[in-house]
Design a protein around this ligand. Structure first.
Ligand code: CA
Length: 233
């Protein structure tokens, strides 16, 4: 079952075993590594459906693993970050992690997050597999091609992380419609519960930075106070 394998890279033995037990109980095939080098090697060899990645690890830290893996694959990566380490979360997302969960977390929440991330990934893949052209969107000098999964600004390819593209595609496909942060989380990250809305703000700020390069799109993402975001254009 290729959609059901999870690699857990974590050096705290008790946590590792708790994760293994609970994920296996949910029907996942679980592989574990307790140091970074081994984790990277297993990620490459096993090609898991999802990776749970601790940051502080012997031999190679989680950031480094994330950086290396992102050059090679789009496997969903969920980082396990320490409480209060806001910087770690932002760095992790910047390096291409799909999401983070803060320690100490409830196992129930983590399992839900794994399930939602996998469901979301599968949905995107299935969606791409459906025959027929998907529309492109244009906002000023920005073109978003939903078939090739590419965005261009003034004719030049815009380098976007997978989730940045999904977020931009969601807003552009619903021009003028306001989304709450929770709605965005649900649609782009696949969560069916409230919380972690800071992730949305971080991604919005990255998109704005990239869109700023052209006057026609510089202010197309509008913040609606107390609600969320909307794309105009
Ligand atoms: Ca650790």
């Amino acid at each position: 079952m290729p959609d059901r394998s999870v690699l857990v890279v974590e050096d705290e033995e008790n946590l590792l075993e708790a994760l293994r037990y609970n994920l296996e109980r949910e029907g996942y095939q679980v592989h574990t590594a307790s140091d970074g080098g081994e984790g990277l090697e297993m990620a490459r060899k096993l090609n898991p459906s999802l990776i749970l990645l601790d940051i502080m690890l012997p031999t190679l830290d989680g950031f480094e693993i994330c950086r290396i893996l992102r050059r090679e694959s789009e496997v969903p990566i969920l980082m396990l970050t320490a409480k209060g380490e806001e910087v770690d979360r932002v760095v992790g997302l910047e390096l291409g992690a799909d999401d983070y969960i803060t320690k100490p977390f409830s196992i129930r929440e983590l399992v839900a997050r794994v399930r939602n991330t996998l469901r979301r990934t599968k949905y995107l893949k299935d969606d791409q597999g459906v025959a027929g052209e998907r529309p492109s969107h244009r906002i000023g000098a920005l073109e978003i091609d939903l078939n090739s999964h590419e965005a261009r600004l003034a004719g030049r390819p815009l380098s976007l992380k997978p989730k940045e593209f999904d977020l931009l595609a969601l807003l552009a496909s619903n021009k003028g419609r306001a989304f709450t942060r929770d709605q965005i989380l649900e649609k782009v990250w696949g969560y069916d519960y409230i919380g972690q809305t800071r992730t949305v703000d971080v991604y919005i700020s990255w998109l704005r930075e990239k869109l700023q390069a052209d006057p026609s799109t510089a202010r197309c993402i509008v913040t609606i106070r107390g609600v969320g975001y909307r794309l105009d254009g």
